[in-house]
Design a protein around this ligand. Structure first.
Ligand code: D5M
Ligand code: FE
Ligand code: ZN
Length: 464
């Protein structure tokens, strides 16, 4: 058994205090591995590690409960969103993004001290490490990558030479992400020649938590009820199968219904032209499922709530026909199933990333999930296709690290894994629409991804 001081010291080494209940839990149930897992999964600003930070454990009133919770919404619970208001919120919002992602970047550049950008003029021809938010990223006439980087003290230009190994990553730098750069200041003090690039990233030490008990979840997205391209027969095959299955949870990552007035000419493609009636139809579809299946519903850009992210949960006035085993969450939301944390995000920002990241495509959307994880953020680019609602904290930051990132929106199913985090981009229940035909998007409809919570293995079920 580990000694109390050895456990306390491990946490102090990472500048965190640890609650005595956590120490007892580790002594009784864990080992060095558990300590690593806890350290890797606590949010960045944590000062005291409490029982609620132990993967798979929740705290009860009078002591510690050593069993897995069933469904717990740990982020994006209904009612968490604030209304969008003042410009000053954006200043706070971006400061919060910079502080949190910058702290993660600091952990990745290990011992190198981070310089304030305004000092560059004093540090001509010296090697420096800076950390900033990308104000602009462009390719120069000579094919090098020029980045305008901003921290709280000023801005500077960073040049990544196209013949250097780091250029590959530098090509993928996008506006409003937070990066660290190590390089040499030019003799004029105006440019840093970049040698190394650091992203907030997932630490190599991250070890995903697996449920101690059996349990399976099904992950889907983009049902689009109300559209004439909704695949009702495939859906019925899916629900028939669900009724006879050992599935305990059904998660839907947005675009529950097709909505009204989402794109020009949509009314021509609706078979349910009323928003209440669309949700009523979906509620009836869910009512036919066994009541022991917990159904988690998040909104997407076709749903009735505001488009700006984070999006609120579907309001109660639309959900009267839904059975009581439905839980309505915001977009994004983190759902803890038996200790396994699933970060649900609809995925609208894929539309922005596809244009910005070389080689990115709708067919390979799951590859972009890796790009999100490296940047520890779900929707970086401000002012493009994905509207962002400012708040005091940036809810789009990926923190803590989930076991699974669950997205949708692109209507093309794909699964990926990055440093222990599973990325599941669920498909759709809608066949190709006129718009998608125009865009040359070939959907992969009627697939459901089964996630085994005990092993984190996936299985794709096809109901086409
Ligand atoms: O998105 C369905 C599909 O259409 C998905 O592959 C993304 C694509 N899409 C949606 N909106 C846009 C824009 N504005 N530009 C490019 N591609 C887009 P859905 O949200 O279901 O309509
Ligand atoms: Fe969709
Ligand atoms: Zn969508």
């Amino acid at each position: 058994m580990l000694s109390v001081p050895s456990i306390v010291e491990r946490f102090l080494a990472t500048k965190m205090q640890v609650h005595p209940d956590v120490v007892s839990y580790i002594r009784e149930h864990g080992d060095e591995d558990l300590i690593d897992r806890i350290i890797a999964s606590v949010p960045t600003h944590t000062l005291v590690v409490s029982v609620s930070h132990i993967p798979g454990v929740t705290k009860e009133k009078d002591g510690v409960r050593f069993t897995d919770p069933q469904v717990e919404i740990t982020q994006g619970k209904e009612g968490s969103c604030r209304p969008v208001d003042h410009i000053k919120d954006y200043v706070q919002y971006f400061r919060n993004r910079y502080d949190r992602l910058g702290q993660m970047v600091g952990l990745r550049c290990s011992i190198a001290p981070i310089f304030a950008i305004k000092q560059n003029y004093r540090l001509r021809q010296k090697e420096v490490t800076v950390c900033g938010m990308v104000a602009d990223a462009r390719t120069t006439n000579n094919g090098h990558r020029m980045i305008e980087l901003e921290d709280k003290t000023g801005t500077c230009n960073v040049l990544f030479n196209k013949d250097r190994p780091e250029f590959n990553e530098a090509e993928r730098i996008i506006p409003d992400e937070v990066i660290g750069v190590r390089g040499t200041v030019s003799s004029q003090g105006t440019i840093i020649f970049g040698d190394q690039l650091f992203r907030p990233d997932i630490p190599f030490s991250f070890q995903p938590y697996c449920s101690k008990t059996r349990g399976k979840a099904v992950l889907i997205s983009d049902i689009h009820v109300g559209s004439d391209t909704f695949l009702e027969e495939a859906w019925l095959r899916f629900t028939d199968w669900l009724r006879g299955s050992d599935i305990s949870y059904l998660l839907i990552a947005g675009d529950l219904v097709d909505g009204i007035g989402i794109y020009p000419g949509q009314d021509q493609e609706l078979i349910i032209p009323n928003i209440y009636a669309q949700y009523d139809a979906l509620g009836k579809m869910f009512s036919s499922l066994p009541s022991h299946i917990q159904i988690v519903c998040a909104p997407g850009n076709h749903d009735v709530v505001r488009g700006a992210e984070p999006q609120p949960a579907i309001p109660r006035k639309f959900t009267s026909s839904f059975p009581p085993n439905c839980i309505f969450v915001e977009n994004p939301a983190t759902v803890n199933l038996q200790g396994v944390r699933i970060l649900m995000y609809h995925g609208r920002s894929f539309d922005d990333m596809i244009g910005l990241i070389p080689g990115a495509s709708y067919e390979q959307a799951h590859v972009m999930m890796t790009e999100m994880l490296k940047r520890r953020h779900l929707a970086l680019c401000y002012g493009k296709k994905t509207p962002i609602a400012a708040d005091k904290i940036d809810r789009m930051v990926i923190d803590p690290i989930p076991e699974v990132l669950h997205t949708g929106h692109v209507h093309i199913m794909g699964i990926t894994k990055y440093r222990g985090v599973l990325g599941i981009n669920a498909g759709t229940w809608q066949s190709q629409t006129a718009f998608q035909k125009q865009m040359n998007i070939q959907p992969t409809p009627a697939k459901a991804v089964v996630l085994n919570l005990q092993t984190l293995e996936t299985e794709v079920m096809d109901f086409e």
